[in-house]
Design a protein around this ligand. Structure first.
Ligand code: ZN
Length: 234
């Protein structure tokens, strides 16, 4: 995208959305799933060592499944996009007139007059026919196309770093208060993550922060409940 922005001091953030989404998803998942695991195992009256082992195992397993999940989902997304682009390329060579009319129709629907729409369609087709159809008909823009490896790496790394927070909290906490310490540290970490995600995306702070913290606390409450059931039965 050219940097001829009309407001260079206040840029758009949509180009950040892919890695930001993978990073926030990875970090959020890391904190919530591992802290819930730790609280659940601690609520089942397991010893501190067992709790930490469960946390570290959850960190490793979670990071791998995040990476695999992101890689597979982003790869299938780009497979679909590439198949659509190939179909479009074929249609352009088989039915150039129909494709030109289709492009002009898209511009008419966007508000151009008949004549202007035909001129724009003709000029863009002459300049880069496939590019115009991919962007304006299929809605695929380069900046939004995610790289599977980058997405996998981003979410695995952010998952691991984030999941290390509740593991460290459980490790440093006195054996008698693993649950309250992990809960407290996790809520703080989730609030920071919510605020950071909003800040990087230049979105308002409060709602994303409350959303992240709310779901995190809910997840921990559920697993603590399940854990305490086991604790009572053990
Ligand atoms: Zn087309």
């Amino acid at each position: 995208m050219s940097d001829s922005s009309a407001h260079p001091g206040d840029p758009h953030y949509v180009t950040r959305s892919n890695w930001l989404r993978a990073a926030v998803l990875g970090a959020n998942d890391g904190i919530v799933s591992v802290s819930s695991l730790i609280v659940g195992v601690a609520a089942a009256n397991a010893g501190q060592d067992a709790v930490i082992i469960a946390g570290v195992a959850g960190l490793g397993a979670g990071a791998m499944s995040m990476a695999e999940g992101e890689y597979v989902s982003v790869s299938s997304q780009s497979d679909i996009e590439n198949a659509d682009i190939a179909r479009e390329e074929q249609a352009l060579s088989d039915f150039p007139e129909d494709e030109l009319a289709e492009l002009a129709q898209i511009y008419r629907e966007r508000g151009l007059s008949d004549e202007t729409a035909r001129i724009v369609a003709k000029e863009l087709t002459a300049h880069d026919a496939l590019g115009a159809h991919v962007r304006d008909e299929l809605g695929i823009v380069d900046e939004q196309s995610a790289n599977p490896l980058q997405a996998a790496f981003t979410s695995a790394v952010t998952f691991s770093i984030a999941a290390a927070i509740p593991v460290l909290a459980a490790w440093l906490a006195p054996a008698s208060s693993i649950i309250p310490v992990t809960l407290f540290v996790t809520v703080l970490a989730l609030a920071a993550l919510g605020a950071l995600g909003a800040k990087v995306g230049a979105a308002p702070l409060l709602r994303p922060t409350l959303r992240v913290v709310g779901w995190g606390v809910f997840a921990m409450a559920v697993t603590a409940g399940i854990g305490s059931l086991f604790g009572v039965s053990v």
